[in-house]
Write a protein that binds this ligand. Structure first.
Ligand code: ZN
Ligand code: ZN
Length: 355
Protein backbone atom coordinates (compact mmCIF):
# COMPACT_ATOMS: atom_id res chain seq x y z
CA UNK A 1 0.00 0.00 0.00
CA UNK A 2 1.28 3.46 -0.88
CA UNK A 3 0.54 6.63 1.10
CA UNK A 4 0.59 10.23 -0.05
CA UNK A 5 0.39 13.17 2.37
CA UNK A 6 -2.37 15.60 1.36
CA UNK A 7 -1.58 18.18 4.08
CA UNK A 8 -2.78 19.22 7.52
CA UNK A 9 -6.02 21.07 8.27
CA UNK A 10 -7.79 22.64 11.23
CA UNK A 11 -10.21 20.56 13.26
CA UNK A 12 -13.34 22.51 14.31
CA UNK A 13 -14.80 22.88 17.81
CA UNK A 14 -17.84 24.49 19.42
CA UNK A 15 -17.38 26.63 22.53
CA UNK A 16 -19.01 25.03 25.56
CA UNK A 17 -19.24 28.43 27.28
CA UNK A 18 -21.00 30.65 24.74
CA UNK A 19 -21.90 28.08 22.06
CA UNK A 20 -19.92 29.81 19.28
CA UNK A 21 -19.69 27.22 16.48
CA UNK A 22 -16.93 26.16 14.09
CA UNK A 23 -13.97 27.61 15.97
CA UNK A 24 -10.57 26.52 14.63
CA UNK A 25 -8.73 23.79 16.52
CA UNK A 26 -5.23 25.11 15.87
CA UNK A 27 -5.82 28.87 15.69
CA UNK A 28 -8.39 29.26 18.47
CA UNK A 29 -6.92 27.63 21.57
CA UNK A 30 -9.38 29.77 23.53
CA UNK A 31 -12.78 31.01 22.44
CA UNK A 32 -12.32 34.46 20.83
CA UNK A 33 -15.80 35.40 22.05
CA UNK A 34 -15.82 34.37 25.75
CA UNK A 35 -12.28 33.18 26.44
CA UNK A 36 -13.18 29.59 27.45
CA UNK A 37 -10.44 26.99 26.85
CA UNK A 38 -10.89 24.59 23.95
CA UNK A 39 -12.24 21.14 24.93
CA UNK A 40 -10.53 18.51 22.73
CA UNK A 41 -13.50 16.19 23.32
CA UNK A 42 -15.68 18.59 21.29
CA UNK A 43 -13.47 18.63 18.19
CA UNK A 44 -14.99 17.52 14.90
CA UNK A 45 -14.04 17.20 11.24
CA UNK A 46 -15.08 19.92 8.74
CA UNK A 47 -16.60 19.25 5.34
CA UNK A 48 -14.28 19.35 2.32
CA UNK A 49 -15.68 22.78 1.38
CA UNK A 50 -15.01 24.22 4.85
CA UNK A 51 -11.61 22.76 5.64
CA UNK A 52 -8.80 25.22 6.31
CA UNK A 53 -5.19 24.24 5.62
CA UNK A 54 -2.52 24.71 8.29
CA UNK A 55 0.53 26.06 6.47
CA UNK A 56 4.00 24.82 7.51
CA UNK A 57 2.47 22.79 10.31
CA UNK A 58 4.98 21.55 12.90
CA UNK A 59 3.58 18.50 14.64
CA UNK A 60 4.78 17.90 18.21
CA UNK A 61 2.17 15.27 19.07
CA UNK A 62 -1.31 15.23 20.56
CA UNK A 63 -2.12 17.96 23.11
CA UNK A 64 -1.74 17.20 26.80
CA UNK A 65 -4.40 18.07 29.38
CA UNK A 66 -3.34 20.09 32.42
CA UNK A 67 -4.02 18.07 35.57
CA UNK A 68 -4.67 21.23 37.60
CA UNK A 69 -7.14 23.15 35.41
CA UNK A 70 -8.04 20.78 32.52
CA UNK A 71 -6.90 23.15 29.76
CA UNK A 72 -5.27 21.51 26.72
CA UNK A 73 -1.64 22.49 26.08
CA UNK A 74 0.72 21.93 23.20
CA UNK A 75 2.86 18.83 23.59
CA UNK A 76 6.09 20.85 23.68
CA UNK A 77 4.87 23.10 26.56
CA UNK A 78 6.46 22.55 29.97
CA UNK A 79 3.93 24.60 31.95
CA UNK A 80 0.21 25.17 31.50
CA UNK A 81 -0.67 28.28 29.48
CA UNK A 82 -3.71 28.87 31.70
CA UNK A 83 -2.49 28.18 35.26
CA UNK A 84 1.24 27.61 35.01
CA UNK A 85 1.16 24.14 36.55
CA UNK A 86 3.87 21.63 35.63
CA UNK A 87 2.80 19.43 32.68
CA UNK A 88 5.25 16.61 33.58
CA UNK A 89 2.86 13.66 33.53
CA UNK A 90 -0.20 15.19 31.91
CA UNK A 91 -2.61 12.95 29.97
CA UNK A 92 -3.01 13.03 26.16
CA UNK A 93 -6.04 14.82 24.74
CA UNK A 94 -8.72 12.53 23.30
CA UNK A 95 -8.75 12.03 19.52
CA UNK A 96 -11.45 11.17 17.05
CA UNK A 97 -11.58 7.96 14.99
CA UNK A 98 -10.24 8.20 11.45
CA UNK A 99 -12.60 9.20 8.66
CA UNK A 100 -12.22 7.28 5.40
CA UNK A 101 -13.81 7.70 1.99
CA UNK A 102 -13.14 6.28 -1.44
CA UNK A 103 -11.19 8.66 -3.67
CA UNK A 104 -13.51 10.88 -5.69
CA UNK A 105 -16.12 11.18 -2.93
CA UNK A 106 -16.39 14.07 -0.48
CA UNK A 107 -16.40 14.34 3.31
CA UNK A 108 -19.72 15.72 4.50
CA UNK A 109 -18.54 17.46 7.66
CA UNK A 110 -19.73 16.99 11.23
CA UNK A 111 -20.98 18.83 14.29
CA UNK A 112 -19.94 18.51 17.93
CA UNK A 113 -22.89 16.04 18.30
CA UNK A 114 -20.93 13.51 16.21
CA UNK A 115 -17.94 13.88 18.52
CA UNK A 116 -20.19 13.30 21.53
CA UNK A 117 -21.89 10.26 19.98
CA UNK A 118 -18.52 8.66 19.12
CA UNK A 119 -17.28 9.28 22.69
CA UNK A 120 -20.38 7.61 24.16
CA UNK A 121 -20.06 4.63 21.82
CA UNK A 122 -16.42 4.15 22.85
CA UNK A 123 -17.39 4.33 26.51
CA UNK A 124 -20.18 1.76 26.01
CA UNK A 125 -17.84 -0.58 24.10
CA UNK A 126 -15.19 -0.27 26.82
CA UNK A 127 -17.71 -1.19 29.55
CA UNK A 128 -18.74 -4.27 27.57
CA UNK A 129 -22.09 -3.02 26.33
CA UNK A 130 -23.08 -3.25 22.69
CA UNK A 131 -22.74 0.17 21.04
CA UNK A 132 -25.95 1.74 19.73
CA UNK A 133 -26.83 0.42 16.30
CA UNK A 134 -25.36 2.55 13.54
CA UNK A 135 -27.37 3.00 10.38
CA UNK A 136 -25.23 2.40 7.33
CA UNK A 137 -26.21 2.87 3.72
CA UNK A 138 -25.50 -0.77 2.95
CA UNK A 139 -27.61 -2.09 5.83
CA UNK A 140 -26.65 -4.93 8.10
CA UNK A 141 -26.36 -8.43 6.75
CA UNK A 142 -27.66 -11.11 9.08
CA UNK A 143 -26.16 -14.56 8.97
CA UNK A 144 -28.99 -16.99 8.26
CA UNK A 145 -29.44 -18.71 11.62
CA UNK A 146 -31.90 -21.18 10.09
CA UNK A 147 -29.18 -22.51 7.80
CA UNK A 148 -26.77 -23.02 10.72
CA UNK A 149 -29.46 -24.90 12.68
CA UNK A 150 -30.11 -27.18 9.69
CA UNK A 151 -26.41 -27.94 9.21
CA UNK A 152 -25.99 -28.74 12.93
CA UNK A 153 -29.06 -30.98 12.82
CA UNK A 154 -27.75 -32.78 9.74
CA UNK A 155 -24.32 -33.41 11.32
CA UNK A 156 -26.01 -34.65 14.52
CA UNK A 157 -28.12 -37.03 12.44
CA UNK A 158 -25.02 -38.46 10.70
CA UNK A 159 -23.27 -38.99 14.05
CA UNK A 160 -26.33 -40.72 15.53
CA UNK A 161 -26.65 -42.86 12.39
CA UNK A 162 -23.03 -44.01 12.81
CA UNK A 163 -22.87 -44.38 16.58
CA UNK A 164 -26.29 -45.58 17.70
CA UNK A 165 -26.24 -49.39 17.50
CA UNK A 166 -28.26 -52.25 18.92
CA UNK A 167 -27.20 -55.85 19.43
CA UNK A 168 -29.24 -58.66 17.88
CA UNK A 169 -29.07 -62.48 17.89
CA UNK A 170 -28.22 -63.87 14.44
CA UNK A 171 -27.97 -67.22 12.65
CA UNK A 172 -25.50 -67.91 9.84
CA UNK A 173 -27.52 -68.87 6.76
CA UNK A 174 -24.84 -69.32 4.08
CA UNK A 175 -21.38 -68.76 2.60
CA UNK A 176 -20.37 -67.37 -0.82
CA UNK A 177 -16.96 -66.71 -2.36
CA UNK A 178 -15.55 -65.24 -5.54
CA UNK A 179 -12.02 -65.18 -6.96
CA UNK A 180 -11.10 -63.17 -10.07
CA UNK A 181 -7.93 -62.63 -12.10
CA UNK A 182 -7.48 -59.60 -14.37
CA UNK A 183 -6.13 -60.43 -17.83
CA UNK A 184 -4.04 -57.63 -19.32
CA UNK A 185 -3.31 -57.03 -22.97
CA UNK A 186 -0.38 -55.09 -24.47
CA UNK A 187 -1.53 -52.48 -26.96
CA UNK A 188 -2.05 -48.84 -27.92
CA UNK A 189 -3.65 -46.48 -25.45
CA UNK A 190 -4.70 -42.86 -26.06
CA UNK A 191 -3.81 -40.41 -23.35
CA UNK A 192 -3.06 -36.72 -22.86
CA UNK A 193 -0.69 -34.64 -20.74
CA UNK A 194 1.09 -31.28 -20.73
CA UNK A 195 3.67 -31.67 -23.50
CA UNK A 196 6.60 -31.12 -21.10
CA UNK A 197 5.59 -34.23 -19.13
CA UNK A 198 4.66 -36.51 -22.04
CA UNK A 199 6.22 -40.03 -21.91
CA UNK A 200 9.23 -40.52 -24.18
CA UNK A 201 7.71 -43.38 -26.20
CA UNK A 202 4.58 -41.46 -27.20
CA UNK A 203 3.57 -41.38 -30.87
CA UNK A 204 0.75 -39.96 -33.02
CA UNK A 205 1.01 -36.73 -31.04
CA UNK A 206 -1.35 -33.79 -31.57
CA UNK A 207 -0.96 -30.47 -29.76
CA UNK A 208 -3.47 -27.88 -28.59
CA UNK A 209 -3.26 -24.67 -26.55
CA UNK A 210 -4.98 -24.84 -23.17
CA UNK A 211 -5.13 -22.81 -19.95
CA UNK A 212 -2.61 -24.33 -17.56
CA UNK A 213 -2.65 -21.83 -14.70
CA UNK A 214 -3.54 -18.26 -13.79
CA UNK A 215 -1.24 -15.45 -12.74
CA UNK A 216 -2.02 -12.23 -10.92
CA UNK A 217 -1.50 -9.13 -13.03
CA UNK A 218 -1.50 -5.59 -11.64
CA UNK A 219 -4.63 -3.79 -12.88
CA UNK A 220 -4.71 -0.21 -11.63
CA UNK A 221 -5.22 1.00 -8.08
CA UNK A 222 -8.01 1.53 -5.60
CA UNK A 223 -7.50 4.65 -3.55
CA UNK A 224 -9.14 6.14 -0.51
CA UNK A 225 -8.62 9.28 1.54
CA UNK A 226 -8.09 9.01 5.28
CA UNK A 227 -8.38 11.82 7.82
CA UNK A 228 -6.38 11.31 11.01
CA UNK A 229 -7.08 13.47 14.06
CA UNK A 230 -3.59 14.45 15.27
CA UNK A 231 -4.87 15.53 18.68
CA UNK A 232 -3.31 19.03 18.48
CA UNK A 233 -6.32 20.70 16.89
CA UNK A 234 -5.34 19.57 13.40
CA UNK A 235 -5.99 16.57 11.23
CA UNK A 236 -3.92 15.12 8.46
CA UNK A 237 -5.25 13.87 5.14
CA UNK A 238 -3.49 11.01 3.41
CA UNK A 239 -4.33 9.21 0.21
CA UNK A 240 -3.92 5.45 0.54
CA UNK A 241 -3.64 3.41 -2.65
CA UNK A 242 -3.65 -0.33 -3.08
CA UNK A 243 -2.72 -2.10 -6.30
CA UNK A 244 -5.61 -4.08 -7.80
CA UNK A 245 -4.96 -7.45 -9.38
CA UNK A 246 -6.79 -9.57 -11.91
CA UNK A 247 -6.30 -13.20 -12.91
CA UNK A 248 -4.80 -13.73 -16.32
CA UNK A 249 -4.79 -17.21 -17.89
CA UNK A 250 -1.43 -18.78 -18.77
CA UNK A 251 -1.56 -21.02 -21.82
CA UNK A 252 0.59 -24.05 -22.54
CA UNK A 253 0.82 -26.94 -25.03
CA UNK A 254 -1.37 -29.95 -24.25
CA UNK A 255 -0.41 -33.16 -26.06
CA UNK A 256 -2.78 -35.94 -27.05
CA UNK A 257 -0.78 -39.07 -27.84
CA UNK A 258 -0.68 -42.84 -28.11
CA UNK A 259 1.54 -45.12 -26.02
CA UNK A 260 1.80 -48.94 -25.97
CA UNK A 261 0.95 -50.20 -22.48
CA UNK A 262 -0.38 -53.21 -20.58
CA UNK A 263 -4.07 -52.58 -19.89
CA UNK A 264 -6.80 -54.66 -18.27
CA UNK A 265 -8.66 -56.34 -21.08
CA UNK A 266 -10.94 -58.88 -19.36
CA UNK A 267 -11.34 -60.82 -16.10
CA UNK A 268 -11.79 -64.52 -15.43
CA UNK A 269 -13.59 -65.57 -12.26
CA UNK A 270 -14.63 -68.56 -10.19
CA UNK A 271 -17.25 -68.60 -7.43
CA UNK A 272 -19.13 -70.90 -5.09
CA UNK A 273 -21.96 -70.84 -2.58
CA UNK A 274 -21.02 -73.56 -0.12
CA UNK A 275 -18.42 -74.26 2.53
CA UNK A 276 -18.14 -77.84 1.26
CA UNK A 277 -15.85 -77.02 -1.69
CA UNK A 278 -12.51 -75.26 -1.14
CA UNK A 279 -12.27 -71.95 -3.05
CA UNK A 280 -9.91 -72.14 -6.04
CA UNK A 281 -8.47 -69.67 -8.58
CA UNK A 282 -10.07 -69.78 -12.04
CA UNK A 283 -8.17 -71.42 -14.91
CA UNK A 284 -6.33 -68.85 -17.05
CA UNK A 285 -5.89 -69.31 -20.78
CA UNK A 286 -3.81 -66.63 -22.51
CA UNK A 287 -4.04 -66.21 -26.28
CA UNK A 288 -0.38 -65.17 -26.78
CA UNK A 289 2.33 -64.59 -24.20
CA UNK A 290 5.42 -62.39 -24.47
CA UNK A 291 5.54 -58.64 -25.06
CA UNK A 292 4.16 -58.39 -28.59
CA UNK A 293 1.23 -56.17 -29.59
CA UNK A 294 -1.89 -58.09 -28.55
CA UNK A 295 0.02 -60.36 -26.14
CA UNK A 296 -1.66 -61.22 -22.83
CA UNK A 297 -0.52 -61.64 -19.24
CA UNK A 298 -2.04 -62.20 -15.81
CA UNK A 299 -2.83 -59.04 -13.86
CA UNK A 300 -3.87 -58.52 -10.23
CA UNK A 301 -5.97 -61.12 -8.37
CA UNK A 302 -9.01 -60.35 -6.23
CA UNK A 303 -10.86 -62.52 -3.69
CA UNK A 304 -14.05 -62.00 -1.70
CA UNK A 305 -15.58 -64.19 1.05
CA UNK A 306 -19.05 -63.36 2.31
CA UNK A 307 -21.05 -64.69 5.20
CA UNK A 308 -24.85 -64.40 5.04
CA UNK A 309 -26.76 -63.93 8.29
CA UNK A 310 -30.35 -63.48 9.43
CA UNK A 311 -31.55 -61.83 12.67
CA UNK A 312 -33.47 -64.29 14.83
CA UNK A 313 -36.19 -61.84 15.88
CA UNK A 314 -36.98 -59.83 12.74
CA UNK A 315 -35.65 -62.24 10.13
CA UNK A 316 -33.67 -59.40 8.51
CA UNK A 317 -30.88 -60.64 6.21
CA UNK A 318 -27.49 -59.05 5.65
CA UNK A 319 -23.99 -60.11 4.67
CA UNK A 320 -20.47 -59.58 5.95
CA UNK A 321 -17.14 -59.82 4.14
CA UNK A 322 -14.33 -61.59 6.03
CA UNK A 323 -10.89 -62.98 5.24
CA UNK A 324 -10.89 -66.58 4.10
CA UNK A 325 -9.68 -67.98 7.43
CA UNK A 326 -12.39 -66.43 9.56
CA UNK A 327 -15.02 -67.09 6.89
CA UNK A 328 -14.30 -70.82 6.67
CA UNK A 329 -14.18 -71.16 10.47
CA UNK A 330 -17.84 -70.19 10.96
CA UNK A 331 -20.30 -73.03 10.41
CA UNK A 332 -23.65 -72.70 8.62
CA UNK A 333 -26.51 -72.66 11.13
CA UNK A 334 -24.31 -71.44 14.02
CA UNK A 335 -25.70 -68.72 16.27
CA UNK A 336 -23.98 -65.39 17.13
CA UNK A 337 -24.59 -61.86 18.31
CA UNK A 338 -23.95 -58.78 16.18
CA UNK A 339 -24.56 -55.03 16.43
CA UNK A 340 -26.68 -53.19 13.86
CA UNK A 341 -26.96 -49.45 13.29
CA UNK A 342 -30.43 -48.45 14.50
CA UNK A 343 -31.16 -45.87 11.79
CA UNK A 344 -29.59 -47.46 8.70
CA UNK A 345 -29.92 -51.12 9.74
CA UNK A 346 -26.37 -51.81 8.49
CA UNK A 347 -24.45 -54.58 10.29
CA UNK A 348 -21.23 -53.89 12.25
CA UNK A 349 -19.48 -57.08 11.07
CA UNK A 350 -16.49 -56.67 13.40
CA UNK A 351 -18.83 -56.80 16.43
CA UNK A 352 -19.81 -60.43 15.73
CA UNK A 353 -19.30 -62.50 18.90
CA UNK A 354 -20.41 -65.86 20.29
CA UNK A 355 -23.64 -65.51 22.31
ZN1 ZN B 1 -17.07 31.01 23.97
ZN1 ZN C 1 -3.54 24.42 33.92
Amino acid sequence: MSERDLGSYEMLWDCQGCDTKKLLGKTHRFCPNCGAAQDPARRYFPSDAEKIAVKDHVFFGADVMCRACGVPNSRNAKHCVACGADLGNAKDAVTRDDQVKASGGTFAGETSKDAKREREQKKAAASGQAPPAKTTSGGIRFFPHGVIALVVLFIAFIIVALVWKKEAAITVTGHTWQRTIDIEKFGPKRDSAWCDSMPGDAYRVSKSREVRSHRKVADGETCSTRRKDQGDGTFKEVEECRTKYRDEPVYDDKCSYTVDRWQRDRTVSADGATLAETPAWPAVRLSRTGSCMGCEREGPRHEKYELHVKTDEEGKTSSCGFDQNKWSGIADGSRWKMKFAVITGLPDCDSMIAP
